[in-house]
Design a protein around this ligand. Structure first.
Ligand SMILES: *[C@@H]1O[C@H](CO)[C@@H](O)[C@H](O)[C@H]1NC(C)=O
Length: 225
């Protein structure tokens, strides 16, 4: 009897989980978004040809500030920090973050490779420097992407990814970001145990969310004036 009631409880929670995922999915399909994959690629690729990748990132940041005021972190608040996920060790810098979107600079100074992650989100990258090789699940060849190229990683897909030393990109994710963050923190918790790095990543993401909250409150205020 105990086993049966345990089974019922399990089924109940599975049902709740499925319902939750279904509603998140519906919400993601119908909500409005601040950014778009196409526009971000347009802005990023305009500067991708610059030899000096730091200058390119500064120019992209300036353009984004102009186009999305109130949604992009100011230069003084930008902070690079390590991220370990799926065996890949890179550095990232949040420009924008909310529950359903993020925009970041992402890259590595040393060669690195691993699992891309399988997400409830579509992710696109514009390569600013270096080279990325992507081996998609089911394929027997890998594709190489260089400066100015656009990479689309659809939700639910997995790939092996390899970044050459000195690779940097602009990354945009649209979907359920907390699920990406859970993948993004797993290596820090169970492998590197770099809790200070993890805290710093969460704090930067939190700062972005706070900025979005303030922006949302400000627009509500103007609506009721
Ligand atoms: C992700 O991309 C697919 C097409 O590949 C699209 O049907 C879906 O609506 C996108 N999801 C989000 C959250 O943008």
């Amino acid at each position: 009897m105990a086993i049966l009631s345990c089974l019922f409880r399990l089924i109940k929670w599975l049902f709740v989980l499925c319902a939750l995922i279904y509603f998140i999915h519906l919400w993601l399909q119908t909500k409005n978004y601040v950014f778009s994959h196409e526009r971000l690629h347009e802005i990023s690729s305009k500067h991708a040809g610059t030899k000096d990748v730091q200058r390119a990132m500064q120019a992209i940041h300036r353009d984004l500030l102009k186009e999305y005021p109130g949604h992009i972190m100011l230069a003084k608040d930008l902070q690079w920090g390590f991220t370990n996920a799926g065996g890949v060790m890179c550095s990232m810098c949040f420009l924008h973050g909310s529950i359903t979107e993020y925009v970041m600079f992402y890259g590595c100074i040393l060669d690195t490779m691993g699992h891309s992650g399988r997400y409830m989100a579509n992710i696109s990258d514009t390569v600013l420097s270096g080279e990325i090789r992507v081996w998609n699940e089911g394929d027997l060849t890998a594709k190489a992407y260089k400066q100015g190229d656009y990479i689309f990683h659809p939700r639910g897909n997995a790939a092996a990814v390899s970044f050459d030393a000195g690779t940097f990109m602009v990354e945009y994710a649209r979907g359920f970001i907390p699920q990406i963050m859970s993948f993004g923190s797993a290596d820090s918790i169970f492998s590197t145990q770099d809790f200070i790095g993890l805290f710093s990543m969460m704090r930067n993401y939190g700062k972005c969310m706070w900025m979005e909250t303030l922006h949302c409150m400000a627009s509500l205020q103007t609506m009721f004036q």
